[in-house]
Design a protein around this ligand. Structure first.
Ligand code: FE2
Ligand code: FE2
Length: 341
């Protein structure tokens, strides 16, 4: 599903608090501390990527790892635009001013991420004759049909609307923990640099990863603010994590099927080879190990989970200061952001 990111940005205008009947359970009393755990103000950053020189094997001598990570480009845009639509829907329910600002900036950052990965699909993967349609179609169906405001086109009964919203916000909170973990991995994995990985793709991963770290508390704060409980986030994480990992491996298998070098392999998420090869390649330092990735989800299951403790904002901001894509824009807001403010 093609979404115009600027439409989402304009929709992210501040809105008046809703009536008391629609307020979240975290309704902020005058003078009370904000429910926001986000340090400082989030900043939407312009990012432009020139894909003309990026090879398909962007990690030299590591075709599997290159394809595997390239699948991220197809996983993300539909999901991140869906985050934006969902958070816009939740905006009138927010009664905490700082959290409302965080959510607005979160929407703007995610819209930019989706646009950047969408550019990688059209200007990089498709330029290398990779057929991306099958993978993006699955994501469009997931977010545009199954998890839409009207799932399968059916109107959700009024009495279930809030539950349907909360369920989806819980999924976002679980996925945002994953993106924070992966962002940290991307920032800290210097093995890619050591083998001469493509600087543009590395910058895409690290710019995005750094902003995921920067806004890591927003989805969780919002979920809690609107009454999300521990038990629900526990089972929603049990759905979200296998779903994301399964879609990742499935999509990577589809890309690998297009590469003659893997013609003799059993390329399916339902066959062991994809998983065993992922584990084997991770030992080279080019991918996170699947068991490591699964283990990184454990803190989210704790009743005392606190996204603030999961990463270091300063490390992320330090990267963003030097990121070629972000630094070139010098953290300047887009015109559209100004218009929406
Ligand atoms: Fe993102
Ligand atoms: Fe995010």
């Amino acid at each position: 599903m093609k979404m115009n990111p600027l439409r989402l940005l304009v929709k992210a205008k501040p809105q008046l608090p809703a009536s008391s009947s629609t307020q979240g359970s975290g309704h902020k009393k005058s003078g009370a501390a904000s429910v926001s755990k986000t340090q400082g103000q989030l900043v939407p950053r312009r990012a432009e990527f020139d894909w003309s020189g990026t090879p398909l094997d962007w990690i030299p001598e590591h075709a599997y790892a290159s394809h595997f990570i390239n699948q991220i480009n197809m996983l993300l845009p539909a999901g991140e635009f869906w985050f934006c639509r969902l958070f816009n829907k939740a905006m009138p329910l927010i009664s905490d001013e700082k959290l409302r600002q965080d959510v607005q900036m979160f929407i703007r950052q995610e819209a930019m991420h989706a646009r950047a990965h969408g550019g990688a699909i059209s200007d990089y993967l498709q330029a290398h004759q990779i057929d991306t349609k099958a993978n993006t179609a699955k994501m469009d169906w997931l977010f545009g049909t199954l998890l839409a405001d009207k799932p399968f086109g059916k109107t959700v009964p009024k009495r279930l609307e809030r539950r349907w919203l909360m369920l989806r916000l819980g999924l976002v909170a679980a996925v945002e923990h994953m993106t924070c973990v992966l962002g940290k991995y991307a920032l800290e994995n210097k093995n890619w640099d050591a083998v001469g990985a493509d600087a543009v793709l590395l910058d895409l991963l690290r710019w995005h990863g750094a902003e995921e770290i920067e806004h890591r508390s927003v989805a969780f704060d919002l979920y809690k603010h609107l009454g999300g409980d521990y038990l629900s986030r526990y089972y929603l994480s049990c759905v979200a994590v296998p779903l994301v990992i399964g879609l990742w491996v499935d999509g990577a298998a589809n890309i690998l099927q297009q590469d003659k070098r893997f013609a003799d392999k059993k390329l399916s998420a339902l066959r062991p080879w994809m998983w065993m090869e992922w584990a084997r390649v991770s030992k080279t330092g080019m991918l996170p190990h699947p068991l490591w990735l699964a283990a990184q989800q454990l803190p989210f299951f704790s009743p005392w989970y606190d996204p603030v403790k999961e990463a270091n904002t300063e490390e992320a901001l330090n990267y963003l200061k030097t990121s070629p894509s972000a630094a070139s824009a010098a953290n300047q807001p887009l015109k559209a952001y100004r218009a929406a403010a």
